[in-house]
Design a protein around this ligand. Structure first.
Ligand SMILES: [Zn+2]
Length: 220
């Protein structure tokens, strides 16, 4: 027996701009009566957009790691460093806390983020009812982590400032830095395109499934 019905099942949608709840026309598209913003039950083409941005990020992750992120020039010669060779250099020169920080922020975090998004997209696309609450927590974590993974760019900026003080050396960002920044931005946009409400839709469509939590009592 269905205990309650969701807004989607009732043909209602809340406005993304002003929050007003209104009844949608039969074709599922309309405009907000208060602010005239586009109304839709779920983000349009959410999964297709998220997949496209994620795949672009996965492809750019290769040059981000393979191409030099930092090019240093001095009287000794020109040296190009990738993220990993930078980590190795920091480790050898004794700044292992900084080496660990760059390794996790620039290599592990983007990789884990892409794996998490792949998992979310595959399970949602297959209309899986597997661990919805944990998947939602994973999505929130991915969204939260996004803004912290630009750390490597800051490290390059700080190193650049330090090296430029000695006037005999020059330091410039390499092509890997552009690819790396693109990976960070693309994974953030992919997470933003994903509509987390899609996780719950397969559960709402199955009336007899056990739903976690108290669905129709809002928390204060
Ligand atoms: Zn509105």
């Amino acid at each position: 027996m269905t205990v309650w019905r969701t807004a989607r099942q009732r043909g209602l949608a809340s406005c993304h701009a002003c929050g007003l709840l209104s009844r949608l026309p039969a074709d599922g598209h309309g405009h907000c009566p208060r602010c005239d913003a586009m109304l839709h039950v779920r983000k349009p083409a959410s999964l297709a957009r998220a997949w496209a941005l994620l795949l672009a990020a996965m492809i750019l992750y290769i040059p981000a790691n393979a191409l030099p992120i930092m090019i240093t020039g001095s009287i000794v010669g020109v040296q190009a460093d990738t993220i990993l060779s930078g980590v190795v250099y920091l480790w050898i020169s004794g700044s292992w806390p900084l080496a660990l920080l760059v390794f996790f922020a620039s290599i592990m975090v983007p990789l884990l983020k892409m794996i998490a998004l792949t998992l979310l997209l595959i399970t949602t696309q297959r209309r899986s009812t597997w661990l919805p609450q944990q998947r939602l927590k994973l999505y929130r974590l991915v969204e939260f982590v996004g803004r912290w993974s630009m750390l490597d760019i800051y490290v390059v900026a700080i190193l650049a400032a330090l090296v430029q003080i000695q006037s005999l050396a020059s330091i410039n960002p390499g092509p890997g830095a552009v690819a790396f920044a693109a990976v960070v931005v693309l994974t953030m946009l992919s997470a933003l395109s994903f509509d987390p409400r899609l996780i719950w839709d397969p559960l709402d469509d199955q009336p007899d499934v056990d739903r976690p939590g108290e669905p129709h009592v809002a928390k204060p």
